[in-house]
Design a protein around this ligand. Structure first.
Ligand SMILES: [Zn+2]
Length: 537
């Protein structure tokens, strides 16, 4: 033991005896870190205008998975103007990118999703269903807010690192096509996280939901099954035809019979993406798209193998052929790193909830009433850090999230931040109402402060980085090792949503946010906030 260390220990002991409360707070990084965190909060408040502009701008682009062209060009432009080096087209995905700033260790990544939801176009700030463009996609999940949050956090921390000469690298990356769980496993395979020490993900919510351990979510494989038949006049010579749609429907029926014999935890669902052209032509092609969800790698892989056998059987029974089976997306069940979750939660408690006002609460209550939910308004306190058991209890459903693959590759936590209204159904136009209003703007600012403080914790406290790694190696992955759910030959489905987006792009362009003319997107659309029904006195 060196003399220096002994002196520190003795000094601490004395301090503990005299001032127990003070001693606990004064770790070596303590007072400096504390001062810098207060500075971070002020720096992010000072960028409130940028927060509003970014959130509104991405909301107005509303691009579906794999088609986030305007969104990615806009966000990377901001990063480049602020000194980040941007690599585009990462992992063979045109709208994917990685932005880096700084040098040396630690390398800390900040990620968040950027895609939106089909048919979720919605005028913000209005407590009723009114599309901006009827039938068009919209941010009915709030993915317009996460990368803006990460940019605010990164810019604030970068300024401090540059001034104080703090070593380290900040890496920003987008979750492309999260709704199809279509890219994160490919980012992992491409080595995006090879040199990353920790990953802070951010996802919109209605509260600061922070947990460690297994998420209450399911592993997933999504796959498209294409059948081939023989076309013929459906009335004139049906005996010469072989219907690919019969193959698809037989597969779906057989899956429904099989469902009775599956374990209860499974979730599986499908849509027919190609059912032929018109009734008097026997369909020569047909396609069915399945999502298979189960608790872990083994079970979800078994489900997929069962489905392939059923597909082959369906083809045989209908005299058609199973043309291709293409994996479109895959996801491990996420597992969040405990030491990082604890640091993140401490920062959420420090920052506290966004300063909601009466208008925000009136907006929230009107939306809740419209959805026939309790009109409790917006949350006003930060819940405790959740263990896996508590996270399961707080969860209302069983989705999947391809952040799972990242969490099994590098120590990671998702920061759920309060920027939307409690009680919305998710994946819906109703979830878009708040997402270009002060609720989203304030939520992003509060979330950015938490993210920035945790980023600084990781940059200044090597022990947090090593504790995170220790948990990752000796607890999380001690017995479970990551293996991709897709085959080495599977490639990103970059064609996803191209036709849907092309159908609406020109109409949507007229409604892109123009911050040079309008203070906010609400003003551009001529919406007074909040537009809610009169309440009976
Ligand atoms: Zn999402």
């Amino acid at each position: 033991m060196s003399r220096g260390i002994r002196r520190i220990i003795r000094g601490r002991l004395v301090m503990c005896l005299l001032f127990p409360a003070v001693a606990a707070a004064q770790t070596p990084a303590g007072p400096r870190l504390d001062r810098l965190k207060a500075e971070l909060a002020r720096a992010i408040d000072a960028r409130a205008k940028l927060a509003q502009q970014m959130v509104d701008q991405v909301f107005s682009y509303a691009e579906l998975g794999m088609q986030e062209v305007e969104t990615s060009a806009y966000l990377t432009g901001i990063l480049e103007r602020n000194g980040f080096v941007v690599e585009r087209g990462v992992a063979g995905i045109p709208t994917s990118w990685v932005a880096r700033w700084g040098s040396g260790k630690p390398v800390i990544a900040l990620g968040s999703d950027i895609d939106c939801i089909p048919q979720a176009s919605q005028r913000p700030g209005i407590a009723s269903h009114e599309a901006i463009v009827a039938g068009a996609p919209g941010h009915g999940e709030g993915h317009n807010s996460g990368v803006p949050l990460n940019i605010l956090a990164a810019l604030a921390v970068k300024d401090i690192m540059a001034r104080e000469r703090i070593p380290g690298t900040i890496v920003l990356w987008p979750g492309v096509a999260e709704e199809q769980l279509a890219t994160k496993a490919f980012l992992v395979r491409a080595g995006v996280f090879r040199d990353v020490d920790a990953n802070l993900f951010a996802h919109v919510s209605d509260e600061f939901g922070i947990s460690w351990g297994d998420e209450p979510a399911l592993a997933l494989i999504s796959a498209l099954f294409k059948f081939k038949g023989q076309s013929a006049h459906a009335a004139g010579a049906p005996w010469r035809g072989r219907s690919a749609l019969d193959g698809v429907m037989s597969m779906a029926n057989a899956w429904e019979y099989h469902r009775e014999h599956m374990e209860l935890a499974q979730r599986s669902h499908y849509v027919i993406t190609d059912g032929g052209d018109q009734p008097n032509v026997v369909p020569s092609t047909a396609a069915i798209w399945f999502y298979f969800r189960e608790r872990d790698y083994e079970r979800v892989t078994k489900m997929f193998e069962d489905a392939k056998q059923i597909a082959r059987g369906a083809a045989m029974a209908t005299f058609t052929t199973l043309d291709t089976v293409q994996v479109i997306g895959s996801a491990w069940r996420p597992h969040f790193n405990r030491p990082i979750a604890e640091a993140l939660h401490a920062n959420a408690v420090r920052v506290g909830m966004p300063p909601w006002d009466d208008k925000d609460q009136a907006m929230a209550r009107a939306v809740q009433t419209m959805m026939s939910r309790p009109d409790s308004g917006l949350h006003t306190s930060v819940p405790p850090l959740r263990s896996p058991e508590e996270a399961a209890k707080a969860s209302t459903g069983t989705g999947s999230d391809d952040i799972g693959d990242v969490t099994w590759t590098v120590p990671s936590v998702t920061l759920y931040y309060p920027a939307n209204i409690p009680g919305t159904p998710g994946h819906s136009w109703a979830d878009g109402i708040a997402m270009a209003t002060p609720i989203a703007h304030k939520g992003v600012i509060a979330g950015a402060k938490v993210q920035a403080m945790t980023l600084l914790d990781l940059m200044l406290q090597p022990k947090l980085v090593s504790d995170a790694k220790d948990y990752f190696v000796n607890v999380q992955t001690k017995t479970t090792k990551y293996r991709p759910l897709m085959a080495p030959t599977d490639q990103p489905a970059t064609w996803l949503n191209a036709e849907k987006m092309a159908r609406y792009r020109d109409q949507m362009r007229k409604y892109y946010y123009d911050p040079s003319k309008y203070e906010t997107y609400l003003k551009q659309l001529g919406i007074s906030y909040p537009t809610v029904p009169m309440r009976a006195p």
